[in-house]
Design a protein around this ligand. Structure first.
Ligand SMILES: Cc1cc2nc3c(=O)[nH]c(=O)nc-3n(C[C@H](O)[C@H](O)[C@H](O)COP(=O)(O)OP(=O)(O)OC[C@H]3O[C@@H](n4cnc5c(N)ncnc54)[C@H](O)[C@@H]3O)c2cc1C
Length: 292
């Protein structure tokens, strides 16, 4: 199926792209990896009159640590993170999430920015960014603003980005020492979208007290869920099996599943969110203690 006709622009710098967005507003769409947008256009779910391809804009693809943050340019491909030693060793939660995303072709094209901007309920990265307390840098002709992950994801396929803004950077606070994380995705077949996914990020003191806890669930509901009640229960407490069990119970209670006509029942997704989170906390702990 072909999409309806559109005008195509491939600006060579950010300012040009922002001018086009400011001019065309909601009639325009940014094209990054194209792995969701092109499909949505072919299915006529969206029919933008103007496409602004950002692939020729320099300096939108990078991965580095500076000023307390891991900084990822919005145009960075999943495969850049999958094969980055920095991500593999220091950000295992993010590494697992990109490693278990679709197939190698999608990973070579799809971008970090596109993944969070699209905010498909089954996408891997929204939950990961909530667990990391990431921040998003949105740029328009009037400058840049920073949006915290918890304020970014507004609903299925909806974010806090304005139509005149381009997401330019995703940044994750550099983890404290004794940090570990884990991502688990329940999928029908390898490469499918998540039925339920869980993202856990933990930092512990030397006596086993939880200093930092990030927990988020993807897939199960219409929007990724940051389970703050479970995070609060962990923070400041010494970690043990009974505490982890309580966290699993809270996660199950906090999820309001999206009922799909041909999908698994909501009660199953709720239960699995709890089970997977318990498992992910245990894996994260193993990483903190150097065994993961
Ligand atoms: C077969 C297949 C399987 C898949 N499986 C998974 C999976 O298991 N998990 C998963 O997470 N994803 C999966 N995906 C989706 C994939 O990750 C997409 O790449 C992602 O949803 C969008 O990223 P993109 O770079 O391709 O963005 P595009 O498709 O180019 O854009 C998506 C949306 O984001 C907007 N956008 C993109 N970049 C910016 C920006 N910098 N600023 C503002 N707006 C922007 C676009 O305007 C558009 O609305 C799959 C896709 C396919 C084709």
């Amino acid at each position: 199926m072909y999409p309806p006709p559109f005008d195509y622009y491939a600006p060579s710098n950010l300012n040009e792209a922002l001018e086009l967005l400011s001019k065309y507003g909601e009639e325009a769409k940014v094209l990054a990896g194209g792995q969701s947008l092109i499909i949505a256009m072919k299915l006529r779910i969206v029919s933008p009159k103007y496409i602004i391809d950002v692939n020729n804009i320099p300096n939108l693809s990078y991965v580095n640590e500076s000023d307390g943050y891991l900084r990822i340019g919005a145009l960075t491909r999943y495969s850049d993170l999958e094969f980055s030693d920095l991500i593999k060793t220091k950000y295992p939660l993010l590494h697992e999430a990109v490693k278990h995303l679709a197939d190698p072709i999608v990973r070579n094209w799809g971008t970090v920015g596109g993944n969070v901007c699209y905010n498909h309920p089954g996408n891997n990265l929204p939950a990961v960014m909530l667990a990391y307390n990431a921040e998003f840098v949105a740029t328009s002709l009037s400058g840049s603003r920073v949006i915290k992950a918890r304020d970014f994801f507004l609903g299925p396929f909806q974010t806090a980005l304005r139509p005149d803004e381009i997401l330019t950077e995703v940044r994750i606070p550099i983890p404290q020492p004794r940090n570990g994380g884990h991502y688990i995705k329940l999928e029908r077949r390898v490469g499918d979208f998540a039925i339920v996914s869980t993202a856990v990020n933990l930092s512990l003191d030397y006596d086993g007290t939880v200093k930092e806890a990030g927990i988020a669930i993807g897939g199960a509901a219409n929007n990724p869920v940051k389970v703050t009640k479970a995070e609060e229960l962990l923070k400041g407490n010494k970690i043990n099996d009974s505490l982890i069990k309580q966290v699993g119970k809270i996660v199950t209670e906090e999820i309001t599943p999206a009922e799909e006509p041909f999908g698994p029942p909501g009660e199953y997704k709720k239960a699995m969110a709890g089970v997977l989170t318990v498992r992910a906390i245990k894996y994260s702990l193993r990483r903190v203690l150097g065994g993961g």
